[in-house]
Design a protein around this ligand. Structure first.
Ligand SMILES: Nc1ncnc2c1ncn2[C@@H]1O[C@H](COP(=O)(O)OS(=O)(=O)O)[C@@H](OP(=O)(O)O)[C@H]1O
Ligand SMILES: Nc1ncnc2c1ncn2[C@@H]1O[C@H](COP(=O)(O)OP(=O)(O)O)[C@@H](O)[C@H]1O
Length: 226
């Protein structure tokens, strides 16, 4: 077994402050969470577009895309890596798999923020403990205030009526197990930095502008940025 003391942290000459200075911005993580179909990807995508137009350096990590690579399911790894590897490292939607999914993404998001990027993430991330762990990792590698939780609070009935991928229909029919909101829990954030209420009928662009306004209010985006 590897002894943790055999792995030693190496200090680097170019630090986070130097990277941030070159980009004239502060690296942060803007963590969108909510049910499937609540609008995470759409609003995060629109926000990245608005930030991009302001000349800000960004990255968007989206659940559906990350599950094609870093957090692929066993079926996506088997052909290239074999069954044992796929079963050990591939991720599904059970509670432990979601925990590992969010742990990996949380670490990547913290690295992206240390690179000075405004890092947007869009994952269901249904468990409060998993999200709180990411907050700790991000703050430990930067400062308090570097992690902003955005609760996309669209009611289940609306998400289910939208059902753009037909997943709710399958979940109701019992064809998908552990489906968040139907046969698996969603633990709402208790004190999100930003709360987007879905019943207000705001457009994705208005919701993105709401997040942008909060980033501006907190000095993460300068009001005169370009
Ligand atoms: N069982 C189950 N529960 C929830 N979601 C499911 C499930 N099976 C597949 N999908 C699709 O996978 C997307 C969620 O992946 P995430 O990585 O964001 O999930 S999690 O954060 O680990 O909970 C989610 O994407 P979004 O709809 O964009 O949220 C679904 O399209
Ligand atoms: N504010 C909104 N108003 C109306 N429809 C929306 C809004 N935000 C997203 N949608 C629509 O809801 C569906 C699900 O959005 P999506 O961003 O894929 O959700 P998620 O990433 O949370 O699964 C899409 O068809 C999208 O166009």
């Amino acid at each position: 077994m590897t002894n943790p003391s055999d792995i030693v942290w190496h200090e680097q000459t170019v630090d986070r402050a130097a990277r941030e200075a070159n980009l004239s911005q502060r690296g942060v993580v803007v963590w969108f969470t909510g049910l499937s179909g609540c609008g995470k990807s759409t609003v995060a995508n629109e926000l990245e577009h608005q930030l991009n137009q302001l000349g800000r350096a960004t990255i968007l990590l989206d659940g559906d895309n990350i599950r094609h690579g870093l957090c692929a399911p066993p079926s996506g790894l088997k052909e290239e890596h074999g069954e044992e590897f796929a079963n050990r490292f591939g991720l599904g939607f059970g509670a432990i798999d979601r925990e590992e999914n969010i742990r990996r993404i949380g670490s990547v998001a913290a690295l992206m923020a240390s690179a000075g990027l405004i890092t947007l993430t869009a994952f269901v991330s249904p468990y409060r403990r998993d999200r709180d762990r990411v907050r700790k990792i991000v703050e430990a590698s930067g400062a308090v205030g570097d992690f902003l939780e955005v609760f996309v609070d669209t009611p289940l009935e609306i998400c289910e009526a939208r059902d753009p991928k037909g997943l709710y229909k399958k979940a109701r029919a019992g064809e998908i197990k552990n489906f968040t909101g139907i046969s698996d829990p969603y633990e709402s954030p208790e004190q999100p930095e930003i709360h987007l209420a879905g019943h207000a009928e705001a457009t994705p662009s208005e919701q993105a502008a709401e997040v942008l306004a909060e980033l501006t209010r907190r000095g993460i985006v300068a009001s005169s940025a370009r």
